[in-house]
Design a protein around this ligand. Structure first.
Ligand code: ADP
Length: 447
């Protein structure tokens, strides 16, 4: 097992990884920008190294600085967390070239799944159902128009290198295709340095359902059920739940098996998530995330498996020590992503936390970097806390979530707690009757 793990991230996920390491008797090294010197994970880590100024490109995306910190501190593995360098194949390669383990999949799998066009091809070849659309990249306006005719309207133009809900444009008519295509290309080039785009049918009322898997790259692979992440704003997840209120046990087993078989065939190593849109009883692959995800705790809560611990064990060469039949789904779990944003305008609200009281009690988990006196810096993602609740059934889970949100005090800045309180009180949410457009329609942001 590793003796020292460097955590190449910040915020709640850095703390989450630190906690898993501590429970495994592994020392941790925190790396941080000058803006994060007071961060909780920096305080708790066994060692800390400042890797640069606040701008992510100079610190959390600075491969050489992070690698140097690992070499200097003698870390034998690096956990990349989520975002930043977590899906950067070149970084994974660099890390391994220096004799340091990368806590994640092989760089080859990261590269393949990082390009959504290649990922779709791979998924199709592995027998995973995909959204109908173009066969690969669309290179000219003429080709786009021809495909548009085949696929029909509405359709969505997506960046091959896209992520974080960016680089997507919906077109409702032939006239809109050309403009959407050029807008999407420009945005993709600017955001991801790659203007390759592809076309998919735009599904009208899908749910976003994703399957969590764990593979050891040595023949072992299991799934940990699905998460329903349909409560979204601007293609970004706001509330997630497991299991999905839309699936029955047979559907769950069927999609779980399809995915597990595919990942086993691929020889996938580490935690991974296969994302689908689900409509009228059918699953359509959209992408695979080759890393731990923000919403992983809800799967942990219903399966009783520590996913980060498993990632670490597997990266150290261990095989999976559980089989599919060992995974028993227990009860229901919901996560609210609480951000430092105005709950109405969504303007970021960085600043000092004056009071802090987190909810507790049976079935309540708070993954947050906040503490009283901490200042939320203005440079990064606005996620400041994940409130994760578990109950023996969905109703109990909802009641517990309501009670926990009411208890939660984050003073000094505005957060999205009031928005979560409204969402979970809505009939459509209580009934589990929502799709990926529901939240924006309900908020009046969409017709
Ligand atoms: P990203 O990598 O940016 O998260 P995804 O491909 O995972 O992009 O898509 C994010 C979200 O965008 C989905 O959860 C869904 O809300 C929407 N979306 C993507 N593809 C389609 C599609 N073909 N039809 C309808 N909505 C889509």
């Amino acid at each position: 097992m590793f003796e020292k793990v460097l955590i190449a991230n910040r915020g709640e996920i850095a703390l989450r990884i630190h906690r898993a390491c501590q429970e495994m008797g592994i020392h941790t090294v925190a790396v941080h920008s000058t803006a994060d010197a007071d961060a909780m994970h920096v305080r708790l880590a066994d060692e800390a190294v400042c890797i640069g100024p606040p701008a992510p490109k100079d610190s959390y995306l600075n491969k050489a600085a992070i690698l140097s910190a690992a070499v200097i501190t003698g870390a034998d593995a690096i956990h990349p967390g989520v975002g930043f360098l977590s899906e950067n194949a070149a970084f994974a390669e660099m890390v391994e070239e220096h004799g340091i383990a990368f806590i994640g999949p092989s760089s080859e799998h990261i590269r393949m799944m990082g390009d959504k066009i290649q990922a779709k091809d791979a998924a199709r070849a592995l027998g995973i159902p995909c959204v109908p659309g173009s066969d690969g990249a669309v290179t000219s306006d003429e080709e786009a128009l021809r495909i548009a005719e085949e696929v029909g309207f509405p359709l969505i133009i997506k960046a091959a290198a896209g992520g974080g809900g960016r680089g997507m444009k919906v077109a409702f008519s032939m006239e809109e295709v050309k403009t959407a295509l050029s807008l999407c290309r420009t945005e993709a080039k600017a955001a991801f340095g790659d203007d390759a785009v592809y076309i998919e049918r735009y599904l009208a009322h899908p749910r976003h359902i994703e399957v969590q898997i764990l593979g050891d790259g040595q023949g072992g692979c299991i799934h940990l059920g699905e998460r329903d992440c349909s409560i979204q704003r601007r293609h970004q997840k706001v509330v997630e739940e497991a299991p999905s209120p839309a699936l029955n046990p047979e559907q769950r087993e069927r999609i779980g098996e399809t995915v597990t078989r595919a990942m086993k065939e691929m020889g996938y190593r580490s935690a991974g998530t296969i994302e689908f849109l689900y409509e009228n009883g059918e699953f359509y692959f959209i992408e695979m995330n080759t890393r731990i995800q923000v919403e992983h705790p809800i799967s942990e809560m219903i399966c009783g498996v520590d996913l980060v611990r498993e990632q670490i064990r597997i990266a150290a060469g261990a095989t999976l020590d559980m089989e599919q039949s060992d995974i028993q789904f227990q009860g229901h779990s919901i996560e609210c992503r609480i951000t430092a944003e105005d709950p109405e305008s969504f303007m970021p609200t960085p600043g000092r936390i004056t009071d802090y009281h987190a909810p507790g009690g049976l079935g309540v988990r708070v993954d947050s970097q906040l503490y009283s006196g901490y200042s939320v810096p203005p440079f990064y993602d606005s996620l400041v806390s994940k409130l994760i609740v578990h109950g023996s059934n969905r109703n109990e889970c909802l009641m517990r979530l309501r009670r926990s949100l009411a208890e939660y005090v984050i003073g000094g800045i505005k957060t999205t707690i009031p928005l979560h309180q409204k969402i979970i009180g809505e009939k459509r949410f209580i009934d589990g009757d929502y799709d990926i457009h529901w939240l924006e329609r309900w908020m009046g942001l969409k017709d």
